[in-house]
Design a protein around this ligand. Structure first.
Ligand code: GLN
Length: 542
């Protein structure tokens, strides 16, 4: 059975627990171990699929179609291990399973309670299907002391007890703030946080202390003393200029060595950090820069486009350039001329999105890119906008639009009511629940030989992840093709356009899926690598 590592957090949220977990996973992997990472989220939503990106950041989608917390994106980017539905669970899902079971009479009339029934369900989730890895890392969302997180903390406490020390390790992440007026780092919040954790029966084995400044040895010893751990198990987690430096720095601080020591492992091979060194070197020493305008809707919260900004940065790594991202709220183009904002950029990207607001502005951005030969990348809703623009301006279809926004005269984007997944027919209609009725997860696409995308991918068969309800209306494909916007990737049954491109443009590609979800720092997604290469070319023309 896998050894379990639980990662909890205290003091404040947003300390980077997800990143610390991902970096630890990467370090264990770099030592030759097989790892899997899971996230337990205490909120009551059944999954994050219907949560606002403003509140919750991006919804990450797995191959098997789960809409998950964005931390799973960090896990994948750091370890390259594709995550699955079974790697993210919320209180909402746990409770609904318990209630379903109760309704089916499976509790045989017993009183159903948080302990043991909810905690048993959590434990079952944690332990299921993890036999094929050496280490299972479980991050608990939220901070210790949150009421809604208690069942999770109780469940992992029980697991620690049942499985014993040879099989479990508790890592707790805290903050060591610097108080300006005193000119000192303060350890008290960490002490309180650990006290809280011990109050619910969990003694942490390792503390990761986030701090802006190096933690002096004296303070490290003090934290160790008050928190009942040894000083070398107080791991400083300093702010970094790039997140991809985390595995290297954590290793220097002994994080992975101490985790292994908790399990009594002293003879593990040293980690091979060469790929992380390559990534960090590339991030820190670019040979040039390009400017990409991202024209979308959820611009105030950068986490809403987490995977996208990472994938663009990866495209930069592939071309040895730094990618400057200009986040532009598309509504601006509904008032002002797009040219003023887009004249000096080397590439324009319209990302995924939902609903009416800002759509006309996105269409204006597409028009600018198409007419001025600026590299253009449309992702999901971005493809829809490109199709609408071409329908209106090239094919002369006045009133072309998507049925997601009103009832357009020419519904060039519309709701598909059925599609095939594997051998199964999936159905949806306007009245379907919002949660889980989208076309979600990995679907194959067949690329036209000789097309630009086939050349970029270097193959004619790809699999990419989807998250959308609406599709390009095949009824308009011929007309659009005659105007130069062709379908170059289809679903295998040729019912759904997956990729469209304008061959007669320096770089104009729209995709129905989300390629950003599969990009890795050490394995940049080909579409992003190629888009940034086109932007580099564009920057030299200017
Ligand atoms: N709103 C569009 C749809 O549902 C696109 C979704 C997206 O961009 N992910 O089809």
């Amino acid at each position: 059975m896998a050894r379990l590592i639980f990662i909890t957090g205290g003091v404040v949220s947003s300390l980077g627990k997800g990143l610390a977990s991902a970096a630890l996973g990467a370090l264990l992997q770099a030592r030759g171990y097989r790892v899997r990472l899971r996230k337990l989220d205490p909120y009551l939503n059944v999954d994050p699929g219907t949560m606002s990106p403003f509140q919750h950041g991006e919804v990450y989608v797995t191959d098997d179609g789960a809409e998950t917390d964005l931390d799973l994106g960090h896990y994948e980017r750091f370890t390259g291990v594709p995550s699955a539905q079974s790697d993210n669970i919320t209180s909402g899902r746990i409770y609904s399973r318990v209630i379903e079971k109760e309704r089916r009479g499976e509790y045989l009339g017993r009183t159903v309670q948080v302990i043991p029934h909810v905690t048993d369900m959590i434990k079952e989730f944690v332990l299921s299907g993890a036999d094929d890895v050496d280490f299972l890392l479980c991050e608990i969302g939220g901070t210790v002391g949150d009421i809604e997180g208690l069942p999770f903390f109780e469940a992992i406490r029980q697991l620690g007890n049942e499985l014993g020390h040879a099989s479990t390790c508790f890592v707790h992440l805290t903050l060591v703030p610097y108080i300006e007026t005193a000119g000192e780092l303060k350890t008290k919040p960490t002490q309180h946080s650990v006290k809280e954790l011990r109050g619910i029966g969990i003694q942490p084995d390792i503390l990761v202390c986030r701090s802006r400044y190096p933690i002096p040895d004296d303070e490290r010893r003090k934290i160790a003393l008050f928190c009942n751990v040894s000083p070398e198990r107080v791991i400083p987690g300093l702010d970094l200029s790039t997140i991809y430096e985390a595995p290297i720095r954590f290793h220097e601080q002994g994080f992975d060595t101490q985790v292994l020591a908790v399990f009594g492992i002293a003879d593990a091979p040293p980690p091979d950090l060469s790929q992380w060194k390559w990534v960090v070197d590339r991030v820190k020493n670019p040979e040039g820069e390009v400017k990409i305008a991202v024209v979308g809707k959820y611009m105030q919260v950068k986490d809403s486009y987490k995977s996208l900004s990472e994938a663009l940065a990866h495209g930069g790594l592939a071309n040895n350039v730094h990618v400057i991202m200009e986040w532009i709220d598309s509504e601006i183009f509904e008032r002002d001329d797009a040219a003023a904002f887009l004249e000096n950029v080397d590439g324009i990207l319209v990302p995924g999105g939902f609903g009416e607001r800002g759509t006309e502005g996105k269409i204006a951005a597409v028009k600018f890119a198409r007419e001025h030969n600026v590299p253009f990348f449309g992702i999901c809703y971005g493809l829809h906008m490109a199709v609408i623009e071409a329908a209106r301006d090239l094919a002369g279809l006045e009133g072309a639009g998507t049925t997601e926004v009103g009832s357009p005269r020419h519904p060039v984007i519309g709701l598909m009511t059925e599609w095939t997944k594997g051998n199964q027919l999936e159905l949806r209609d306007r009245g379907s629940d919002l949660g889980g009725t989208m076309r979600l997860g990995a679907y194959p696409a067949i690329l036209s030989p000789g097309s630009r995308v086939a050349e970029i991918y270097g193959t004619t068969e790809v699999s990419e992840r989807h998250r959308h309800r609406y599709e390009v209306n095949v009824g308009y494909v011929r007309q659009l093709g005659e105007q130069g916007l062709i379908v170059s990737g289809w679903s295998p049954d040729r019912r759904l356009p997956e990729i469209m491109e304008i061959p007669d443009h320096p770089w104009f590609i729209g995709v129905q899926f989300h390629p950003e979800l599969k990009s890795r720092p050490f394995d940049p997604h080909p579409l992003f690598a190629s888009f940034i290469a086109a932007a580099v070319h564009q920057s030299r023309l200017m």
